[in-house]
Design a protein around this ligand. Structure first.
Ligand code: C2E
Ligand code: MG
Ligand code: MG
Ligand code: MG
Length: 276
């Protein structure tokens, strides 16, 4: 297949490129019909307070099972959803489902849990994002301080001033902001001054290397402490990592050592087993 560029010259896709394009088109079609058929669902990963050793929150993570029954990783389909204009629809669906789930948990007595929800930069760029958020909180009667939005450092890259104003508005209604995957982006430390976040999440890669070299984990912890932020460690897989983080004074941790992300039923079972 040939594609004509502006200059009129034809660019030929190699077979491989053609294959990738076909895969992408199939994937996009899949995302569209999955939204319609509600084939997206959330799983929830417990987050543990290192003070009490008990869960203090959950992170909502999106899952998609395609028509063939395979699970597609969000690391793969989220960027595609962003490129294709479907991210806002999916993201609003995530916000709504996570708040609905939290309200159910609260009805069961789990009123101390905070629900963390990942949001895409594209959602934040929607003019009515704060209104949509407020509306959803009202619909499910969820206290704003029981919701935390996870964003990545890159969001401040475009327009730091605009980003800051928006995030301040979100903080004003009582919803907290967490900076996800901290330390992996390309932005400078000065973004910390632009992003009014209450929490830093140490990227999994720095937890993974802790047994050999814990310097980055310590630095991020120190940063968070100096800026008056809470710090969460992501991807804690071993007891050694857990104890080291607790001893360093990290506030919170999540990872397979405690629990993998759980579907609704398994989540209730898990919560009953730890809270009794
Ligand atoms: P993230 O927000 O940093 O989420 C943490 C990822 O680490 C999750 O991958 C989780 O399943 C995985 N994980 C948790 N504990 C461990 C561990 O101990 N070891 C290892 N190896 N991995 C662990 P997942 O669910 O595949 O999500 C990948 C990324 O996709 C997320 O990274 C987030 O950036 C994005 N994502 C997921 N759900 C949503 C969503 O609803 N909206 C948006 N915008 N992004 C989402
Ligand atoms: Mg996250
Ligand atoms: Mg992360
Ligand atoms: Mg990530």
């Amino acid at each position: 297949p040939a594609k004509h560029t502006k200059r009129g010259s034809a660019v030929y896709f190699s077979d491989e490129m053609g294959g990738i394009m076909r895969d992408r088109i199939r994937l996009l079609r899949g995302i569209r019909s999955a939204i319609e058929a509600q084939k997206f669902f959330l799983v929830y990963q417990p987050k543990i307070s290192l003070d009490t050793g008990k869960p203090d929150g959950l992170e909502a993570l999106l899952r998609w099972q395609n028509e063939e029954g395979d699970y597609i990783s969000p690391d793969y389909f989220i960027p595609l959803a962003e490129q294709s204009g479907l991210m806002v629809i999916i993201g609003n669906h995530v916000l709504r489902s996570a708040c609905w789930q939290l309200s159910r948990l609260r009805e069961q007595g789990y009123t101390s849990l905070v629900m963390s929800i990942n949001v895409s930069q594209l959602q934040l760029q929607e003019a009515d994002f704060v209104q949509v958020l407020e509306r959803i909180l009202q619909d499910y009667n969820v206290p704003p301080d029981k919701i935390e939005l996870e964003i990545t450092e890159s969001i401040a890259a475009d327009d730091p001033k605009k980003t800051r104003d928006l995030l301040l508005k979100i903080r004003e209604i009582g919803v907290n902001i967490a900076i996800d995957d901290f330390g992996t982006g390309f932005s400078s430390l000065s973004i910390l001054k632009y992003i009014p976040a209450g929490r830093l999440k140490i990227d999994r890669s720095f937890i993974l290397e802790m047994e050999q070299d814990d310097s980055i984990a310590r630095i991020i912890l120190g940063l968070g402490r100096n800026l008056g932020m809470m710090v969460t460690a992501e991807g804690v897989e071993t007891g050694d990592q857990y104890r080291a983080l607790r001893d360093l004074g990290c506030d919170e941790a999540q990872g397979w050592f405690f629990s993998k992300p759980l579907e609704e039923e398994a989540l209730y079972k898990w919560l009953r087993s730890v809270f009794g």
